[in-house]
Design a protein around this ligand. Structure first.
Ligand SMILES: [Fe+2]
Ligand SMILES: [Fe+2]
Length: 244
């Protein structure tokens, strides 16, 4: 169903984790970064320096020939306009991309979203157009459909104990993508006492959030191949779930 996909989010300017992604990208056909590439609450580096470092790392990742999709998180949106086209980055699928692609001989529809919380308020029109375009491409082609959307839907296990997006559940129920990769609520997969989990379903749609476990040598991530989604988090048993 899907080619080999590595999905990592919430790297928050952890350069050791960026290096891990670059080292492991060769095992996959598509690398998806689900937002919060930079970190706004740090004095280690200015946001401007972080943006330059991240774009350089994306350039090196794109140069390996892997397909690369980059969604926007709230830390990235704090200073808009830096995440996007540049020399060597022409083939990267940036926020706003929503169409059918062919990777490693397999077709899929890929929708990449902008951050959805602007000034603390859900921005209703921003993502709706991306979903509309993705649904049109899916209906036309019948290809499997993957969405990257940073904030998980509020009130679900992948958003446990925290504020999330109040509009995403409705968009998912209406348009029914096959897989939605969320992020943002780092602790949700690990807070089982709050009902937290790394995956959740709305109808036939599977929604996932790999979470973030800080101060480890490798980042929480998802590996997708065919119709199996595997979750890996340092110090935790690996999980797997089937699409559909
Ligand atoms: Fe984050
Ligand atoms: Fe976030």
């Amino acid at each position: 169903m899907f080619p080999r996909i590595l999905a990592v989010s919430d790297l928050h300017a952890n350069w050791e984790w960026f290096a891990w992604v670059n080292r492991h990208a060769h095992r996959f056909d598509l690398v998806c970064l689900g937002g919060d590439l930079c970190e706004i609450f740090t004095e280690r580096a200015t946001l401007k320096d972080q943006h330059q470092s991240i774009l350089h790392r994306l350039f090196r990742l794109a140069a390996t020939g892997r397909s690369l999709a980059v969604a926007e998180g709230n830390h990235d949106a704090a200073r808009p306009g830096w995440l996007g086209q540049g020399p060597g980055l022409e083939k990267v699928m940036w926020p706003g991309f929503s169409e059918e692609i062919c990777i490693a001989g397999q077709t899929l529809v890929l929708s990449v979203c902008h951050d959805t919380v602007v000034d603390g308020v859900n921005a209703p029109g921003r993502v709706a157009a991306v979903f509309e375009a993705g649904a049109t491409a899916r209906d036309r082609t019948g290809s499997p459909w993957l969405v990257l959307h940073h904030e998980p839907p509020e009130g679900t296990p992948i958003c446990a104990g925290a504020d999330g997006n109040r509009l995403l559940s409705g968009l998912v129920a209406r348009h029914r993508p096959d897989l939605v990769i969320c992020a943002h609520i780092h602790e949700a997969p690990f807070e089982e006492y709050l009902g937290g989990h790394w995956h959740y379903r709305i109808g036939h749609t599977l929604l996932v959030n790999a979470g973030q476990w800080p101060k480890r040598r490798w980042p929480c991530h998802l590996e997708i191949e065919g119709d199996i989604v595997t979750w890996r988090a340092p110090g935790h048993p690996r999980g797997a779930v089937r699409l559909g």
